[in-house]
Structure formats: C-alpha cells, structure tokens
Design a protein around this ligand. Sequence first.
Ligand code: SAH
Ligand code: SF4
Length: 474
Amino acid sequence: MEKAKPRVVPAAELEKQREFAALLCEVLPERFDGAPRAFVRTFGCQGNEADSERIRGQLELCGFSFSKSPEEADFVLYNTCAVRGHAEDRALGNIGRLKQLRENREAMRIGICGCMVQQESVAQKLREQYPFIDLVFGTHAVHRLPELLYRLYTNEKRVYAVANSPGLLAEGLPLRRESGFKAWLPIMYGCDNFCTYCVVPLVRGRERSRAPEAVLAEARAILDSGAKEITLLGQNVNSYRAESADGSPWDFPRLLQALDALEGDYWLRFMTSHPKDCSPALLKTMANGRHIARHLHLPLQSGDDRVLREMHRGYTAAQYLSLAEQARALMPALSMTSDIIVGFPGETEEEFRKTLRLVERVEYTSLFTFIYSPREGTQAARMDDPVSHAEKVRRFQELTALQEKIAARRSAELLEQTLRVLCEGAGKRLAFAGRSESGKVIEFDAAAPRIGQFVRVKVTAAKNWLLDGAAVDD
Ligand code: SAH
Ligand code: SF4
C-alpha cells in the first residue's frame, strides 16, 4: 500500500532547538557551579531505549553531564512505558520515591516523558497529584527537549508538552549511545495496526518510515565506531515503506539487503516483525544474508483463530504455522522467539490450549509472555472479560512451564557445540556473559577480557535454559 510521505521536522526548527541548547550552556553552569548532572532511566521496550539515547544526546548538547544514580543528579528524567498497567505502576512508584529527594535538594528538577504521559488521563493525573514533577513531555516532543528545558530553567514553572499528534520524523538529533558495541537503529516510528488490546498506536502516532539514506548513514557511522551488532527497530518493520531521494521505492527486504551489504564483522537484528506482513522475500533475504542473525522474533499473541480475530491480528494460527515452517525450511537452524498474551477478554480454556499446542509445534527459543492488561482507549478494554485474574495467572504459569521445558530441551541440543557469541559483559556465574546468534544468553570463561568482541564458545553445560561454556580461540 502506498503511504503518504512522513512529515519531517523542518531544519529551521532543529536550528531553533540548537539555539536553546546554546543558551542553556550559558545559563546552567552559573547556576550549578559547573555542568549539572542528569540521570535518565528507561522503562519499556527498545524503542524507548533508542529515544533515551536521543534524549541523552540532547541533554549533552545543553551542557549536562551524567550521573550513575538519581541521588547524585540535578535533573532526573524517567522515560516511561504504557503497554501494560504494571509498567505504569512501576514508573509511578519509582517517581514517587523521588519526591523526598526533591524536597531535600532545592535545585533538583524531575521530568517524566514517553508513552505513559502521552495518554491524556495520565498527564492530567500527574498535573493534579504529582506537583513535584517539573517537566512532562510526550513521545511527540522529544526533539523539542532543549526548548522545554530552557523554559523550565528560566521560568521556574512546571512545563508540559503532551499534545497529541500523528507524529513527525526528526532527523539529525544528537545521540549518546549506551553501549559501544550494540546499537539500536530505529527505522520507523508509530503503528497503524490497532491491535485491539494495544495502546501503542494511541501513544506513538501513525506509522512513518525513515528515509533509506538516513538509516544507511546511521548504520555506517555505527559500524565505523566499532560496534558489532545493530538492531533495527520498528513496531512492525515489515511495513517499512520509504522513498530514496531518486524516487525509488524501498521496502524492508530491500533495506535489509542494503544494510547487509555494508562491510564489517557484525550482526544485523530486527524487531518486531509482524506475521501478517512477513513475506517470502524477507525470509529469503535473511537466508541469503551475510550478517543477518538467524533469529526471528515473530509475535504470535494467541494460537486460536477466534482470539486472533478479536485481537485484530490479521492472520490465522494455520497461516502463522505455515510461515514458521517456511522460515525453518529455508533456515533449519533458525531461532524463533515470540510474544504471547494470555487471558485476552473472553479467552476460553480450549482457546488457551490451542496456544499451548502451537507453542509446542513451533518450539521457540524463548517467549515473552504477558497477562492481558486492559488499556484505556483500546477496543479490548470495552470487551466483556469474565475470566478471573487467578485463572489467567494459572494459564500464564502453565504456558511458562511449557516454554521452560522446551527451552531446556533446545539448550541440551547445544551441548558440546561451538557457538559464535558476542561478549556483552561480566557473567554472574562465570567470568563473561554474551549472546549467541540465536539470542541465547551464555556465560563462559576466557583467558583474556573479550567484552564487545565476538568469541567462539564451546558449550560445556546446559541446565534448563542456562548455558555455560568456555572460549575456544584464546
Ligand atoms: N509491535 C509489536 C509489539 C509491541 S508491544 C508487535 O506487534 O508484535 C510488545 C508486546 O506487549 C506485544 O507483542 C504484546 O504481546 C504485549 N502487549 C501489548 N499490549 C498488551 C496488553 N494490553 N496486555 C498485555 N500484553 C500486551
Ligand atoms: Fe501494538 Fe499491534 Fe502495533 Fe504491535 S502491531 S504495536 S501489538 S498495535
């Protein structure tokens, strides 16, 4: 389907923001006797992590340095998630704890941003019940952070920027990445799918894809900086649609091929891939890729056709299974992971059992399982929901127990095999921890520090889903 061209933040607007940043660089050091320190904490998905990297980049441009804890910070910002009630409760609980800190430190300021505050009712609640929060801005105002901070630090009043919007694309924002070897690379924002349980389309705006030139330039810069893994982000990367400057159309497989052609030793990952738009062309691109990890995150949500229809997912259980089979036929070693919701309104025991059967058939490497959480403004929140919470918890436990058995079986198959692992840091049980191409965490011993490098690791023990190993090439 043809998509309207996304609205891009004009260069003049970004220039204005840079001017606000320059003004802050003059104002703030006088007030704080040096650079003020900021602390940004992220709740929720990788999309929020990527936003936080752009937020930190802008804070740096405004003259902030960074602290390791809220206690040492002059400005604390919580970037929040709205996808489930639990995520909101956690963010509010954490924010509540900052109140005392703020009372004892006159110059301290507190901000809250992200998906949660893009909901009108939440913004209002914060306004009325959280007077110690100084700055509130939604997902559509991230590129205006310098202006918002300038208003906060010069007018001393609470600043709110939570207007709803179909969404814009802001290119060229400064960035401060958390990791030197793993990078998030957003290729699109927003979502047009309106799954009936999901708040994302309401808080993230309409689907909009970045120009291929912008994505490729960012990927090149990431690889030039020495990174070993790029994860492409979007709510539904399979509906990536953009035009390059020469007017030629780009879809996700084309973008993936162009990224895969970049020189270097790296893994390319992507998420999330919506099953309804997952095409044979994408699977072929993955199978032929030089750098594309053989790992497909393909959210199932439910294994029952009635529930899938009520969820507005756009595929049947049989279509999903056939897709999984096609993918495995092309890539026998493919690792698949998924998201599943249990207790969607009206889900019967028999419908739930169909989910269990599908999970058994596909044999996922791992699963993200959630108990359905009603979200204000979504269609599902208005549906009858006769099943008790206790029953939903029971289903949840049955599903996670099944997945644990499958994961243990799949882990045991890896015993004695040698895997390529990206070393991510220190381990809890052994010296190092990393992830294999399939996304499995493995701890291992190695003679020399290997953080941020690929290491060949022989699997020496597989207990449940835990893997232990030893580096074999040093
Ligand atoms: N765009 C992605 C998912 C983003 S939200 C996709 O379509 O796959 C991540 C996951 O949170 C979803 O896949 C779903 O399993 C879960 N989720 C979303 N809304 C939820 C809700 N209201 N209750 C419980 N889980 C939910
Ligand atoms: Fe939510 Fe569905 Fe969009 Fe994913 S595809 S973000 S689950 S509405």
